[in-house]
Design a protein around this ligand. Sequence first.
Ligand code: ADP
Ligand code: ASP
Ligand code: MG
Length: 424
Amino acid sequence: MARIVMKFGGTSVADLDRIKNVARHVKREVDAGHEVAVVVSAMSGKTNELVGWVQGMPKVVGGDSPFYDAREYDAIVASGEQVTSGLLAIALQAMDINARSWQGWQIPIRTDNAHGAARILEIDGADIVKRMGEGQVAVIAGFQGLGPDNRVATLGRGGSDTSAVAIAAAVKADRCDIYTDVDGVYTTDPRIVPQARRLKKIAFEEMLEMASLGAKVLQVRSVELAMVFKVRTFVRSSFEDPDAPGMGDFLNPPGTLICDEEEIVEQEVVTGIAYAKDEAQISLRRLADRPGVSAAIFGPLAESHINVDMIVQNISEDGSKTDMTFTVPSGDVEKAIKVLGENKDKIGYDVVQNESGLVKVSVIGIGMRSHAGVAATAFKALADKGINIKAITTSEIKISILIDGPYAELAVRTLHSCYGLDKN
Ligand code: ADP
Ligand code: ASP
Ligand code: MG
């Protein structure tokens, strides 16, 4: 007998039939004698609808946010998961399984005060563990917890993955299964590249890069938690027949295991390609080339919570003037330009230029650490397709390349095949 956390994403609980199907997956594990906790997302599209409703309300002038009260945003958007947790508990009860729903505050899942993007601080798993020991299935609303202000706090988009892994760590589960609409983690988004291959295993570090560079199959924070707390995490499909052969295999369930790199025997040089849309580039022209300029630019941007990503600075020709280019999410361009304008005298630049609608494609693989020429292969392949590179950043295990938006899919496909990732 083992203890398993099963998480079901939005498309897996999109309607009543799918919720009944999820109940069959849960029943399979219960019948095998396992203790089970389930984490659910809102029905697909629901969270977007709720966010849209908030955005349709008048903006609060003079509040602590220029848009709306983030605590009320959380009260509203957390409701989607409340509905699905109750519905799944009923579906399980109808199959004679002892089950009840739990909201984040009932457990409680304690978070910090960053409403809308809260981090989990602590989970008291005692009650759930006790009930699981008595044969009850806990159906937990994902994406939410309780802030220090005693109010509902949500974990950022895609946050139910993080709820699941955090709960698995808190109750010391033997496994955390993330059920979604694809049957594992692929070498790239299988919806863009039909040639993508499913990975049997992927190392934590690689999955972290994939997720933070745009592969939304897992929320970044969930991978961090899985890595730190050594949670055995599988990504697998809820759309397969719950009773098909092998579905209940405890040691080798179908799907992709996220694990330590030592567990991966055949390490490829490149493991996957990720992409992130809606990037924007901002260039400051004719900056003074002196100490403190970068601090004068990026300090105020950070204080305004603008996430700066790729940064490229030119070596100046004459030692007096230089150019600086960096990227931010497209949605932050206006705000960034306003902040730069307010600090123009301190920074000392001539003009600001910007371009939106760009895409960052990234090549990821632990094998890069010990192989030369990986970046050159990408540059050549993109050049052969006539794709212009606007900026490049690299780390030990990834190369990120900024290109024009319309070339995104071509670039992802090109990189995927140039590293031999296409399936036969
Ligand atoms: P859920 O609602 O179950 O949380 P998400 O939509 O958040 O599901 O994540 C699953 C989606 O992630 C897939 O439908 C797929 O299009 C996308 N995806 C992006 N990159 C990858 C990848 N490398 N492997 C698998 N899926 C990926
Ligand atoms: N329902 C939330 C969202 O759409 C959380 C999740 O699905 O993981 O972002
Ligand atoms: Mg998701």
